[in-house]
Structure formats: structure tokens, C-alpha cells
Design a protein around this ligand. Structure first.
Ligand code: 26A
Length: 347
């Protein structure tokens, strides 16, 4: 293994996306909202068989943090990124490895023998995407994986970390291993809020990791869900972003940066430090994209996170990093699924 620097080490739930377009009856049949992300419950766990048997499915590498890590690799020099997560000993995992290999993301998977690789049913209707996930092996990620010499070496070598907030449904202990290492070594630790149900139903896990989070990324509905679960009496995104930035931090040497995307509306950045965000708050307009250019929005937020984190890992300022995020998000929505354009275009 090369001893060169690893610019980003991400951790999350590796999933294979099973994407179906314009079948609104699926939302009704399985009680799904048009634009949401949930863990499959009750009859929702039957959707995967239904899709495979009765629908035309596009299979594509997913898993929110894995998508973002591929996005970061897109803007970084070869061999700059690696990804941690648990998969089964099956062909789904091989598909994920192949997708990562193709884009230069190193898969540092834990292989779980008794569970299948996780899957996400992605129901696309218009510009909305409904994500319904069965975690399978992803849920069995164990902290012991992080003790293996080859993984320890990756952690030591990593200069930046990224955690999918989704991982907090099961993996707080492992997440804290990376978070504490990052705080001790003064390396930036980034996290995504991932979905409204994370700050809503996994509030204690979010609150336990947040003091270690140097860079918090999310969208407007996740920010609102955080505010609601913390009984902040506001729905104003700029106010929420500033309050998130001001929450206590373990590593006081690094001020927190909060970045909230709002689909086609402006992205908001907030920090308590004017060296990161002048006057503490900045709004970045998103350049408009004609509606007919949008193929689907699956992975758009992850693409933003990837572009943003990749640019930050290269030492770029917040303005340039948001611009890279916007470009990656815009590229992503013009393609099917959480994918990027190859051969690469300059970001
Ligand atoms: C725990 N859950 C619900 C999840 C996910 C998830 N990734 C990790 N954990 N639910 C959906 N995704 C992924 O989000 C991407 C779009 O942002 C999907 O696999 C999809 O590629």
C-alpha cells in the first residue's frame, strides 16, 4: 500500500440502489413520501422483491457517504479517497467494489458472512426521489474493523474524515472512534445530517457526535428537523445554520462550518469564525438549470458534499468549495442515479 497522503476517509452504509422511474403507484403501495429517505418497515421490506420481479430496475452503486466519497475523488488526484462500511459476501458487494474501483475510491469494506449487502429502493417521480433502505450487512459494521492494522493505517494517513449521518442508526461507537481521532489530531471531521429522521429519531446519537463535527452538511428539511427535535422555535434556515455553528465543540482550535443546501435555492454557509465565513453567514445562489435537463435527483446532495469536501481537502476556501459542490450537484442531476460524468470534466 502506498504511504502517500489520503485526503479523505469516509464511512457509511454501502448500498446497491434499485432505481425505478415514474411508477407513482409504488409510493402508494408502500406508504412512501415522494421525497424522503426511510428504513424499510412493515410491508416496505417487500418492495425489493416486487421491484426485481415486476419492474424495470436500474442497479447502480449507492449509499449516501459512498456516493459523496466518489464525488470527492472526482475532484481530487488519483488515490486520494477511501471508504469504510460493511457488505455481504455476495455479488452485490462486487458491483459496489467495481463501481468504486472504476472511479478510484478505495473500498475498505468489512465483509459480513451471514447478511446480504444492503439495498435501497429508489422511486423517482418527476424531480422527487423516495429512498427506502434495507441495511442488511451495513448494519453489522463493528468497531473491531477499525482495529485491523490495514484500517488503522488508513485512519492514521487520512487528513479529513466524512461520516454519513445515516450511519448513526447503528454505528455511533465506530463513528466516535474516527471523530475522537480527528479531534485529537486536529483533522477536520465532517458529517452529513442525511435525512430528517436522523435528527428526529436518532437525536441522542447526533447530539453525542456533534461536538466532534467540524463541518456539518445537510439540506433544508434536515436542518428544520434538527431545529424541531431540539425545540428551537424557528424554521428560518439561516438562523438554524448559525445556531448549529455555535453549538459546543470538543476541538476548540477549529471553528465549526455549517453548510445547508436547499435544492435549487441558495446554499447557506454559517460559522462562528469570520476567517471561514465573513460576518458569520453567507448565501450562495445556485445557477438555474432548465427543468427539462434534470434526469433525476438521486444523489444530488451527496454530489454536493463530495465536491465541497474534495475542494476543502485541496485547501480551497468556502466560496470555491461551495461552487465545486454546486457543479457536482448540477452534473449529478443531469445523469441517472448517483453518478458522475466520464471522461471527467473540469470542476
Ligand atoms: C440508513 N439509510 C436509510 C441509508 C440510506 C442511504 N445511505 C445510507 N443509509 N438511505 C438511502 N441512502 C442512499 O442515499 C443516496 C442518495 O442520497 C441511497 O443509496 C442513495 O444512493
Amino acid at each position: 500500500m502506498s504511504s502517500s497522503s489520503l485526503l479523505l476517509l469516509a464511512m457509511g452504509n454501502p448500498l446497491l440502489d434499485m432505481q425505478v422511474v415514474n411508477k407513482p403507484e409504488l409510493l402508494e403501495n408502500y406508504g412512501l413520501k415522494p421525497n424522503d429517505a426511510v428504513l424499510a418497515e412493515g410491508n416496505q421490506s417487500e418492495i425489493y422483491n416486487d421491484l426485481q420481479t415486476n419492474y424495470q430496475v436500474e442497479y447502480v452503486a449507492g449509499g449516501a457517504a459512498q456516493n459523496a466519497a466518489r464525488g470527492a475523488q472526482y475532484v481530487l488526484p488519483e488515490g486520494s479517497t477511501a471508504y469504510l462500511g460493511a457488505v455481504g459476501a455476495d455479488s452485490l458487494a462486487d458491483q459496489l467494489r467495481a463501481a468504486n474501483d472504476k472511479e478510484g475510491l478505495k473500498s475498505a469494506y468489512q465483509v459480513v458472512d451471514d447478511k446480504p449487502t444492503g439495498a435501497c429502493a429508489v422511486v423517482i417521480t418527476g424531480h422527487d426521489r423516495s429512498l427506502c433502505t434495507t441495511l442488511g450487512a451495513a448494519e453489522s459494521f463493528s468497531p473491531s474493523h477499525l482495529d485491523k492494522p490495514e484500517i488503522k493505517e488508513l485512519i492514521e494517513r487520512a487528513q479529513n474524515f466524512y461520516l454519513g449521518g445515516f450511519f448513526l442508526t447503528h454505528g455511533l461507537e465506530s463513528a466516535l472512534v474516527l471523530a475522537k481521532h480527528a479531534a485529537e489530531k486536529n483533522k477536520p471531521f465532517a458529517m452529513n445530517l442525511s435525512a430528517p429522521f436522523i435528527p428526529q429519531f436518532f437525536k441522542s446519537q447526533v447530539d453525542e457526535i456533534l461536538p466532534y463535527v467540524d463541518v456539518l452538511i445537510g439540506n433544508e428539511s434536515e436542518a428544520e428537523a434538527f431545529a424541531a427535535s431540539h425545540e428551537w422555535d424557528t424554521k428560518d434556515i439561516a438562523t438554524i445554520a448559525q445556531k448549529l455553528a455555535a453549538l459546543p465543540k470538543k476541538n476548540e482550535a477549529t471553528p465549526r462550518l455549517v453548510v445547508i443546501t436547499q435544492g435549487a435555492s441558495s446554499t447557506i454557509a454559517a460559522s462562528t469564525s469570520s476567517s471561514l465565513v465573513p460576518s458569520g453567514l453567507k448565501s450562495f445562489p445556485v445557477s438555474p438549470l432548465a427543468a427539462d435537463k434534470i434526469v433525476d435527483t438521486n444523489g444530488a446532495g451527496d454530489a454536493f458534499a463530495g465536491g465541497f469536501l474534495g475542494a476543502r481537502a485541496l485547501g480551497k476556501g468556502v466560496d470555491e468549495a461551495v461552487e465545486a459542490g454546486h457543479k457536482m450537484g448540477q452534473m449529478n442531476v443531469q445523469l441517472s442515479g448517483p453518478t458522475f460524468k466520464f471522461p471527467k470534466v473540469q470542476i
